[in-house]
Ligand binder design. Sequence first.
Ligand SMILES: *[C@@H]1O[C@H](CO)[C@@H](O)[C@H](O)[C@H]1NC(C)=O
Ligand SMILES: *[C@@H]1O[C@H](CO)[C@@H](O)[C@H](O)[C@H]1NC(C)=O
Ligand SMILES: *[C@@H]1O[C@H](CO)[C@@H](O)[C@H](O)[C@H]1NC(C)=O
Length: 491
Amino acid sequence: MKLSTPLLLSALASGASAQGGPYSQCGGTGWTGATTCQSGWTCIYSNPYYSQCLPSTSSSSTSSKASSSSQSGSSSSSTSSSTSSTKTSSASSTATPSSTPTVGPSRLTGKLPALGWNGWNAYGCAISADKVLAAANSFVSLGLQDAGYQYVNIDDCWAEQARDSTTNSIVPDPTKFPNGISGLAAQVHALGLKIGIYGDAGTATCSGFPGSLGYENVDAASFASWGIDYLKYDNCNVPSNWTDSGNPPGGDWYNSNSAIRYRQMTAALVAQSQPIQYNLCIWGNANVWQWGARVGHSWRMSGDSSATWSYITSIINTNVQYLDAVNFFAHNDMDMMEIGNGALTLAEQRTHFAAWAFLKSPILLGTDLSQLNSTQISIITNSELLAFHQDPNIGTPANPFTSSTSSGTTTPPEFYAGASSKGIHVFVINTAGSTATKTMKFVDVPGLNATSSQSFKVHDMWSSSDLGTFTTSYGVSVGAHDTVAVLVTPV
Ligand SMILES: *[C@@H]1O[C@H](CO)[C@@H](O)[C@H](O)[C@H]1NC(C)=O
Ligand SMILES: *[C@@H]1O[C@H](CO)[C@@H](O)[C@H](O)[C@H]1NC(C)=O
Ligand SMILES: *[C@@H]1O[C@H](CO)[C@@H](O)[C@H](O)[C@H]1NC(C)=O
């Protein structure tokens, strides 16, 4: 019987394909798909590259989607009533919701890629309230908060092994978090910052603490009551009947078992009274870039990061294949930062930060912030790269382009261009292990519309300085694994 729900949904979805579904694209430069939206949704212009089907009534998605999911009949009523019923009813072990929610994520959070910190890369399971609070205080003292960093996020290992036997709630570990998560959240909020937590779409987290599959409503209610602003939702310990083997019903990965596990948490989160940003830590599985924006605000494109040049280049190379998925409320997550960890050179740390910024990945620092030196602080607080990343008017990332000056293809690509509120930016990664001269011909740069002998002003984003006026092309010597970042403006 369970199989009938995804089959029914996919049949309905394909019948309605002439009109855009919830949160789907419905216009923009080069767009050839549907330009109208299904009933209850309106095609809203975001920018020249993107229009999107949004709820017809308001900016908040919470109220309108119960009605928009009416095609699945009984499921919408169980979704809207499930918060209270789960809390009172289920001491039973597998309280899996019987419906498949179609509700989308909140539009009150997650428009721009998150900027913050997560404790995992620095501390792993050895997390505590003291370490989280130290990171929050460093946001203030090191100028990170002024630069726009907001989220201080707890990863795995914050809970006790067993749920509360009466309420079914996850219980914070009282040794690590003596004031609970709510006490810590209050301290973080008092600094003007936001706090994130970690959960898992399986029976246990990756480190073996309680998973939220079947407990989405009770856990989302706990997170909300503690004051949580952000959820990273991992993908460990998934029962075999909840995994995907082969293609999902109708070939639509939105109806895969993986997506449905994440959709159940979407519905639970949007039923709360405050917006919670939702990161799908799904490791690039189930073609998540195709449906991630209908379910959450950002989604992991890979397994865990490591503090190596090979990780940085391989995740850039993966991500550049799926940049069409990136826009406001929709971010490919290249995983937490490794600046400050391992043996990355300063050039590699600059490339790491620049690429996460120009591809609009969440940037969550992953180190003991008190150990960063002044050069590293200046990298992660670079105001012009952060302004590109956080641009309120343009949601699309920079994209690779073919440069007629390069001698061959590289992995990852070396030349990228993208628009911001200030104009057209070019980013060039030297993927080689030695210094090389990189030349951009202005005619090659998408968006500049240059003629062959036109002059442009070139401005260095790293140093916030004007480099001069150049005709036809601009060339610069770039150190091994370093990245050039410039703004190019017509004279
Ligand atoms: C997997 O099995 C559990 C326990 O029988 C059940 O509650 C759940 O609905 C099943 N999941 C799917 C996707 O069929
Ligand atoms: C900061 O650390 C990097 C290594 O990560 C080093 O190359 C650089 O010289 C240091 N800068 C300062 C100012 O100490
Ligand atoms: C380049 O041309 C496109 C399409 O014709 C236009 O939208 C864009 O504004 C132009 N860019 C500049 C920098 O003039």
